[in-house]
Design a protein around this ligand. Structure first.
Ligand SMILES: [Zn+2]
Length: 195
């Protein structure tokens, strides 16, 4: 990939799987994970809380573990096939390690609801992502998850519009258009020129 920054904007479980573009791993270090959670902080309250906290030991391993099982289950389920029991169990275990409750408080006029996650802080980001993966896998729309059409791109997306072709129009859409234009307009002998 030309641009190794993570793509954000799909459901969190897809964003997670998409941290492994072709030939790269964007969640290699605890700092990578913290940066990724910060990118998600505007979209998800839980991510904001994780990004604000110091990454606890174990976070990265647990998140990578969830990513691996999510990617495998998703690969089967989005094509209409059965996921392996091993992958589903792993996603369940990750959630049980740090389960969440919806906590209600009365502010004097109305009820406020907030998700509060128990369990070791180091396992909470993975539990949140495993829950997001379960939501996505169980959603009938999961069979519409598609891979980007650019040859060298393996990013997945959930198309809101059936004609969407790229993980990102700015990234792959543009890149493929430029490459096509270049091929069409290149003089025939350019390939032989030494430079
Ligand atoms: Zn792409």
């Amino acid at each position: 990939m030309d641009d190794p920054s993570p793509l954000i904007g799909e459901p969190p479980a897809l964003d997670l799987v998409n941290t492994r573009p072709a030939g790269a791993d964007l969640l290699s270090t605890p700092d990578d994970l913290r940066a990724w959670l910060r990118l998600q902080a505007d979209r998800f309250d839980e991510a904001r809380a994780f990004a604000a906290a110091d990454a606890a030991p174990g976070s990265l391993d647990a998140v990578r573990h969830v990513r691996e099982h999510t990617a495998r289950a998703l690969d089967r389920v989005r094509r209409g096939g059965p996921p392996s029991a091993d992958d589903l169990e792993a996603l369940g275990r990750a959630q049980l390690a740090a389960p969440a409750v919806t906590e209600l408080t009365w502010n004097g006029r109305s009820l406020l609801a907030a998700r509060r996650r128990a369990g070791p802080p180091g396992l909470r980001p993975a539990a949140w992502l495993a829950e997001a993966a379960a939501d996505l896998l169980a959603d009938p729309a999961v069979t519409t998850v598609r891979e980007c059409e650019a040859d060298d791109c393996v990013m997945l997306f959930l198309p809101a519009h059936p004609r969407r072709r790229w993980c990102s129009a700015a990234r792959c859409g543009n890149r493929v258009r430029v490459a096509r234009h270049y091929r069409r307009h290149r003089p025939a002998d350019t390939g032989r020129a030494s430079s």
